[in-house]
Design a protein around this ligand. Sequence first.
Ligand code: HAM
Length: 401
Amino acid sequence: MIKALRGMKDTLPPQSYKYNYFIENCTKIVKKYGFEFIETPILEETSLFKRSVGESSDIVGKEMYQFIDKGGNDVCLRPEGTAGVVRSFIENKMDRQGLKQKFFYYGPMFRYERPQKGRLRQFHQFGVESFGETSVLEDVSIIMMIKEILDFFAINYTLKLNSLGCHECMPSYKNGLVEKLEKIEGLCEDCKRRKLTNPIRVFDCKNENCQNLIKDLPRIKDALCDSCKSDFETLLSMLDELGVKYELDSNLVRGLDYYNKTAFEFVSTDLGAQNAVAGGGRYDRLVEFLDGKPTPAIGFAIGIERLLDMIETPKQTREGYYFGAMDEEAIKTLYKEANHYRKDHKVIVSYDKKSLKAHLKAADREMARYCVVIGENELKDGKLWVKDLVEKKELLVDFKG
Ligand code: HAM
């Protein structure tokens, strides 16, 4: 028997009802903030992710589904959504329009990680990317939007915040950090590599020994330039005024290299070890880095499976019609009658002759509101026998055809 690959799952009912319910309601919320749907390919050139997510990240370093296609191109399945949206933004010359542009997307992402609860190799994200806004009020809006989504689905969460500085303050901080890291003996192999590629990622190391060795090192939040400091203070004071609770986390550096300034994660205690339900931040230099016109940007993505694990399946209400025949002769007539109803309603037609009891049972299983049955007599009289499965009433209705 052929099975789905490790870390990859089918989305079947009732999980698929939850998935649709989530997408529908998230879409409604982000549209209120002016975001529009965008879809980019799942397969992209590998260099796109190397240049954006960064070669030092675990995602690019260890987890890409990368291969050479039949044309000899080095391609990979997208591990995240931001890079593709930025590529499209530049390729379609949206960076030249000088407009503020806001997009949302959802779909599968692929990371070759060790599967465990809440961690899949193919998972789904719902994300947004906002281009052209330098104002920190956009950071506030993005956070408010995620809060609205998580509140809608009654998720318990903690918002963790940090500022990662900018090209003014980050380089000198990083140089100082590397000097200090050089003097530390006993860092794990990953941290030794991070020291050379992106030193702030040492703060993200899960190794307890490394955490002990680096606990007294200065954090970026203490080295911010005036502009980063003032933006971060404005962000925090706006969140205070809007009643949004947060925790400052100077170890929050995110697993992708493109971030600057605001970085955030929403974590939930209702999840296991993989507790991040959403993450994001500013990436003001990425458009330029991928050869576009300098454009500030900010975005986030929610891990859909992780969120769905925390919500109940929405209650299904009875809907539409179930049509069934008790007589072989009546099936074609029934089929034509059902078609009239399908213009405005959900209609399920059984092609098998069955007893009234069996049809009523099937209509119930299909969650139909009405069970419509034709037998020999109804066929002769030109009538449909209809039972309202909510009001428990029965009636005869004339054929429409
Ligand atoms: P990320 O933090 O790598 O950010 O992923 C966002 C969310 O995707 C995580 O918080 C988590 O819920 C979910 N997720 C990540 N990996 C897995 C996995 N293996 N299995 C299940 N769920 C997972 C990004 O991807 C950025 N592109 C977000 C962003 C958009 N930043 C700016 N714009």
